[in-house]
Design a binder for this molecule. Structure first.
Ligand code: WT7
Length: 630
């Protein structure tokens, strides 16, 4: 049994996972349904990089998520869905019902020509059909690429083109709080530049009027009417692609992170059960969107593999009022709540009057993910939501890791505010200095790396393996580099301090500074720009842009508005700069490299000590930047 129940067992399992990783993971993988077992557990080298788990194993992940539970637990609840509008009735799916819907939609996909290994883009709000669409792809062996429905048409098009998607699954509109967003329109605009897409399936959610393109666009409900609920699962190899998920890095356009079937399946279930200590009959609620990896691993795959019951939520935490989360916890009797520090801070700022009307006594475990959680937010979550009786699991991981790597195990690992605490069994973290030398001992700080593969490690970046090598495996020889800074305290506990590369984390969303700069530079009056993060009370980090403008006559306020519009158009609202400072120059070294350290200090409001600026081409520019700080 792979479930850890005591801290002694954790230490035992951890030791086994390091001493005998193959035997350790084989035992866990044995608990799944395979059509054919693997010949070999693991092959790997981090220099290519090349990692394969459960080699030649054959199975289908949806049989493990769905079919496997039918006999005993077919009537068990898989999802309760709550709409954006609290007055709209809830919709529930048992495992049997979900299985039938997935099979029917899988048959729809097949009818429209989708076959194994095709890429299918999903651009949908948080409705059960988004989950059904993902699983239907997996059922037939197609590779899903879910794009968060807040991304712009240009971003969506870039992602569709990068992986040559053949089909797009979307909805007419999306409700978010008071907004009714016409997302089919976004798809239509994106598809003007996507020749690979031949079919679009549109779920009717809001009833908003959409243009249906004859021969290309089909209505979900119509297609489902005659679809059979019998659909044999495609036999997949462990290393066949399961999905692509785009994420931003420090350079260039977003990368398509690739996860494969076998290792991802084994690790998401294992980490779900152990971190949250899920018990049969409990209700789990992960508030993420399926457009992010948290939604993939802990709304869809992890919980379903474990036969768990989850709550699925369409709306936002602050509508109709900031008590929505707590009302939902009481209404549905949520036992495990997994959310993000940015949501916690926003709800904390709204005041306790939105919390006190609710009992919250069903809660047993609280989780946090997406960014470092500040101690104040941790304490508020602990006191006012967990009533000091719910362990908080601060789970550190990344799109590239597929699942949680460093985290307390609920009620087993002693927690400390702000600490992700200890690695899960199978995870071997280490800290290195700039040169890549390992920093040993405790009470130290460095760059966080992992020295041994785990089953759900990134396999490649779609269509560009070299980029994967460069981004994660080339900085330090034979190590996976996370891009995060980290402290290991006297007890050997890990505390993630944030990104050490040019990536900013805004409300738990990863944004590459280069991407925002590229968008800003598209504005006709902008010559050059530099973007940095700065501490933001609610978002964790805000976006601060320094821009050089050709037209000195231009009203700075209209320039700012136009720049923001440009970023919204090219990326989406999440990448909107919070502050834009017009400057006449940027602090550059003689070799032309922007000294971001200085820009970060000014953005943080720390104008005191700029450090050594003697290598700057024009040190005077620093004074001007300091004076113009917003
Ligand atoms: C980056 C990964 C993991 C799913 C959501 C984000 C930061 C994530 C934590 C945490 C401190 C965290 C890191 C990481 N991060 N969780 N518990 N404590 N930082 O996935 O978009 O791939 O971003 O989010 O900086 O590298 P992502």
């Amino acid at each position: 049994m792979s479930r850890i129940t005591t801290i002694e067992q954790y230490h035992e399992q951890y030791k086994k996972s390091v001493d005998h990783p193959e035997a350790f993971w084989a035992e866990i993988a044995d608990e799944f349904t395979w059509k054919k077992k693997w010949d070999k557990v693991l092959d790997w080298n981090f220099s290519a990089p090349e990692v394969s788990w459960f080699i030649n194993g054959k199975f289908n992940i949806t049989e493990n998520c769905l079919d496997r539970h039918l006999e005993k637990d077919g009537d068990k609840l898989a999802y309760t869905w709550e709409a954006n509008d609290p007055k709209e009735p809830n919709i529930q799916y048992t495992y049997k019902e979900l299985h039938a819907e997935v099979c029917r939609f899988a048959n729809v996909l097949k009818k429209h020509g989708a076959v194994k290994a095709d890429r299918i883009c999903i651009y949908m709000p948080m409705i059960p059909q988004a989950v059904i669409a993902m699983l239907a792809c997996a059922r037939i062996g197609a590779v899903h690429s879910v794009v968060f429905a807040g991304f712009s048409a240009a971003s969506l098009a870039g992602r569709i083109q990068d992986s040559d998607c053949k089909l797009v699954i979307t909805s007419d509109g999306a409700y978010r709080g008071v907004k009714d967003i016409p997302i089919k329109e976004v798809v239509d605009e994106a598809l003007e530049t996507c020749a690979s897409v031949t079919k679009v399936i549109v779920y009717q959610r809001t009833g908003t009027v959409v243009k249906m393109n004859a021969g290309r666009d089909y209505a979900w409900d119509e297609e489902m009417k005659n679809a059979s609920s019998v659909c044999p699962a495609e036999e997949m190899d462990s290393e066949d692609l399961l999905f692509i998920l785009y994420t931003s890095g420090s350079t260039g356009k977003p990368k398509g992170v690739v996860h494969t079937c076998g290792g991802y399946m084994v690790f998401t279930k294992y980490s779900f059960e152990n971190v949250f200590q899920y018990n049969p009959g409990e209700l789990f609620w992960c508030t993420a969107d399926v457009g992010w990896v948290t939604g993939h691993s802990y709304i869809v795959y992890g919980p379903l593999l474990a036969g768990a019951s989850s709550l699925l939520f369409e709306g936002i935490p602050t509508w109709p009022d900031p008590g929505r989360f707590w009302a939902m916890v009481d209404k549905h009797q949520v036992n495990i709540l997994y959310t993000a520090p940015t949501a916690i801070r926003a709800l904390q700022a709204s005041g306790l009057e939105y919390v006190t009307p609710y009992k919250l006594n069903s809660l047993r475990v609280l989780g946090s993910v997406g960014e470092p959680i500040n101690e104040e937010a941790w304490a508020w979550y602990d006191t006012h939501i967990g009533k000091a009786r719910c362990p908080i699991v601060d789970t550190w991981w990344q799109t590239e890791t597929g699942g949680i790597l460093i985290s307390p195990l609920a009620a087993i690992t002693k927690t400390k505010p702000g600490f992700a605490t200890l690695p899960l069994p199978g995870i071997q973290p280490l800290l290195v200095d700039e040169k890549g030398t390992e920093i040993l001992g405790n009470g130290v700080e460095g760059n966080l790396c992992i020295r041994f593969p785990w089953p759900s490690i990134i396999r490649t970046t779609y269509g560009d393996h070299e980029r994967c090598r460069q981004a994660y495996f080339a900085t330090y020889k034979n190590l996976y580099f996370t891009g995060d800074g980290c402290r290991r305290d006297a007890d050997g506990y890990y505390r993630i301090t944030g990104r050490v590369d040019d990536v900013i984390n805004v409300s738990g969303h990863r944004i590459g500074t280069a991407e925002v700069e590229n968008a800003i530079n598209m504005h006709a009056d902008v010559v050059e720009s530099a973007v940095v993060g700065y501490p933001h009370d609610i978002k964790g980090q805000g976006i601060y842009a320094y821009v050089i403008c050709t037209n000195s006559e231009k009203n700075p306020d209209s320039l700012r508005k136009e720049i923001i519009a440009e970023v919204m158009k090219l990326i989406g609202p999440i990448a909107k700069p919070d502050k834009i400072q017009v400057v006449t120059g940027l602090p550059k070294t003689r070799s032309g490299k922007i000294m971001r350290r200085i820009l970060r200090k000014v953005a943080e409001g720390d104008l005191s000590n700029m450090g050594d600026i003697s290598t700057l081409l024009d040190p005077a520019v620093v004074e001007e930047i300091k004076k113009g700080k917003i």
